[in-house]
Design a protein around this ligand. Sequence first.
Ligand SMILES: *Cc1c(COP(=O)(O)O)cnc(C)c1O
Length: 433
Amino acid sequence: MATLGRDLVVAICREALEAERRRILAGRAYAGDEALWADIAARLRAVVQPSLRPVINASGVILQTNLGRAPLSEATLDAMRRAGEGYSNLEYDLDAGERGSRYDHAEALLRRLTGAEAGLLVNNNAGAVLLALSALAQGREVIISRGQLVEIGGGFRIPEVMAQSGVRLVEVGTTNRTYTRDYQAAIGEETAALMRVHASNFRVIGFAHQPPLSELVALAHERGLLLIDDLGSGTLLDTAPYGLPHEPTVQESVATGADLVTFSGDKLLGGPQAGIIVGRADLIAQLRRHPLTRALRVDKTTIAGIQANLLHYVRGEATREIPIWRMMAATADEIAARAHALIAALGPVGARCTVVPGQAMIGGGSLPEESLPTALIAVAVDAPSDAARALRRGDPAVVARVQDDRLLLDLRTVLPREEPALATRLQEVLETP
Ligand SMILES: *Cc1c(COP(=O)(O)O)cnc(C)c1O
């Protein structure tokens, strides 16, 4: 435990006394000296501990924005640590001994992996979209389908981002059906680009239509316009071999002729938070020079992490090394075997647990409504919500699921090295009456 300065301790005691005074003024009886000391101790502990701490994700949602999206590979963590612990050639050309660019580091990898002429990293994909629109379409019109005016979550709404970029949004089609001819009819003097946005977190089923990207690219190029494709998650690997629908890959967008493609570093790519823009070299050069790029600049640890993560794809080891792809690749039988082993390690309270079939989700604005068959640990408890709360509040915190009045844990999203700690927490909660 740290030795705390007198001023801090005095301030914390005053805060605790003030809180107690307010409780008494509100009509409650004095909590007692012991409770007051416990409150002071808890406040002191809280103040010297970071509020951001590890959580064991037993929810079965692989990419959960609230839980920090993608856990990182060992190599990625090593690279980020090495970039952070000393100096680096971040903006320094070691051959020439002169100034270099931080944006050069990931570019060759992005070119190789996506087939694009050029690439650029920014803070996140929201920033990537904001930058692309601000730099290339400010003061002009961008045409987008009404079925793609999405809200991603966390307040990111495509129409608002377009407004913020100084772009006039031209909506075409209807919520469920938009045709290439709708875009065609909306093109005018002021049009700068056609934009496609991945409908990340919802799906229109039934009587629905969106034109294929190839038609939009052909139309845009015929009329001398840009085609900007916001892929959202963006993946470099096909999701079909995992029993999931095919999620459009970045390479496909580039090959189809999209002028710029934007996607996230920490969704299906499985790396640290970043926004990635790939596409035409002249456009990327224009983005690099834009003042917003400076404001959306990525840190050296991010560049190191993105690079290390991309290298997994170059080496053909992504599904082995990147945690989220390992989670996606695991079969229900493998998860069930881990679940049985964990239950066996629980001792007597293990008798209250069974393994049942269930569904895991991808999350992270990709493949909505799609799930992977998985095996869940179902725990018999009288009050599942109370047990879930107790799991969340302990150390390490555990996030489980409550469904149909049952407490459910999915080991698909639990890293194998977290299993002993998870077993301990489960025991603790189940042994507490
Ligand atoms: C997730 C998402 C974004 C935002 O990406 P961040 O990396 O979270 O900023 C933008 N567009 C689409 C389509 C998305 O799915």
